[in-house]
Ligand binder design. Structure first.
Ligand SMILES: [Zn+2]
Length: 389
């Protein structure tokens, strides 16, 4: 480890911390397929596609890393085909970094769970009812086949609410599985010539003691990055922030931190303020397809009659293709007439907004003005009465 007492501190081979402001961090994740500046929002391409947007447009809106999902991709189209295609990047036409979720969350939330044991989990596919099994080793093997730049360990995402005893047992299992994932990773090699890193996932529901034990046990195993999982699953937002802060207080400075499945623009800024570097959420894409646009003045639903003759852009200050080219009235017309272009433009704008938000946060951290910047942005982001969903 090289330490320099000024900007450009090299903290590890994979992650460079450029600057901090309070607990907020500006850094960069280095992968063989390119550098990812942090804080960063990762668009969700669960099935190997970010819905309603092309890979070339993803670059235009500022995407640097995409999320793919192990559960979905191994059930369909399957790893044999993806391996024959030369890996997920080539298969989906995206030669920049990809992070793959382990599939644990989907097994516990989507599939018909057939039983969990110390060695793994059996489940029935949500697609055709076929029975499958994930073990810590098999999810690493699948992610080797996919060739993702960042792989995730298999974890059990405890439901919310769950009692403390369940959360504790569940977390013990997740920690043991993380260790086995790491061993499997060390015994195997990447298939496509680009290195792959492995992130562990801190669990423990809303119980501070279990979260602490989880974070400490995983830190002792020395992963290349750490995710905070099992949040944004129905708990009060204050609990989410408190647990996030507790975890980032334990996780090593030198490693990237990823808050899984979060969240609203407000959630993201509050979590950056607590030391989180990476985010993913379906909110910008899913809400966009439901006619909700995120703007610097809050959310708007474009179906609202007040936009019927409004020839202003969605967001005056946004530089995305949708805002540079089209009016609110036209976008409303597209949604009212169910034109596919409406979904595409909403996705372009909302992802542009989320990526603008994390890029601006990064700038503010580097210029040591994150707290006042966050305050001014949040005061504007409050949805106008009658516009929120
Ligand atoms: Zn825009």
């Amino acid at each position: 480890m090289i330490f320099l007492p000024y900007l450009g501190i090299i903290l590890s081979l994979k992650f460079t911390l450029h600057n901090t402001d309070g607990a907020a961090r500006a850094g960069a994740l280095q992968t063989d397929r390119g550098e990812v500046p942090t804080p960063i929002f990762m668009p969700v391409g669960t099935q190997g596609a970010v819905k309603a947007i092309e890979p070339r447009e993803l670059r235009e809106v500022g995407a640097r890393i995409l999320l793919g999902n192990t559960y979905h991709l191994c059930l369909r189209p399957g790893t044999d085909l993806i391996e024959r295609a030369g890996g997920l990047h080539r298969f989906i036409g995206w030669d920049h970094p990809i992070l793959t979720d382990s599939g644990g969350y989907q097994v516990f939330s989507l599939s018909d769970l057939r039983g969990i044991d110390p060695d793994g989990v059996n489940f029935k596919s949500h697609l055709d009812g076929s029975v499958h099994r994930f073990t810590p080793e098999s999810v690493v093997d699948i992610q080797r086949s996919l060739g993702s730049d960042v792989m995730m360990v298999l974890d059990e995402c405890a439901p919310y609410p769950c009692d403390e005893e369940y959360a504790s047992r569940s977390n013990d299992l997740t920690v043991r599985w993380a260790d086995r994932c790491r061993s499997r990773m060390e015994q195997t090699a990447p298939l496509y010539g680009a290195s792959q890193s492995l992130f562990a996932i801190v669990q423990g529901s809303v119980y501070p003691g279990i979260r602490q034990a989880s974070a400490r046990a995983l830190v002792a195993m020395d992963f290349e990055g750490y995710a905070i999982g099992g949040l944004s699953v129905g708990e009060p937002v204050e609990a989410m922030y408190a647990i996030t802060e507790l975890c980032t207080g334990i996780l090593p400075e030198a490693k990237p931190r990823y808050l899984m499945g979060v969240g609203t623009p407000q959630n993201i800024l509050e979590s950056i303020a607590r030391g989180v570097d990476m985010f993913d959420c379906v909110m910008p894409t899913r809400n966009g397809r439901n006619a909700t646009f995120f703007t610097r003045k809050g959310k708007i639903n474009i179906r609202n009659a007040r936009f019927a003759t409004d020839l202003a852009p969605i967001d005056e200050a946004c530089e995305c293709y949708a805002c540079r080219t089209f009016s609110r009235a036209y976008l409303r017309h597209l949604f009212k007439s169910q034109e596919i272009l409406g979904l595409q433009l909403a996705t372009i704008h909302n992802l542009s907004f989320y990526l603008w938000l994390t890029a601006e946060a990064r700038k503010a951290i580097c210029e040591k003005r994150f707290a006042p910047w966050q305050k001014s942005i949040l005061s504007e982001l409050v949805p106008e009465v009658g516009e929120d969903e």
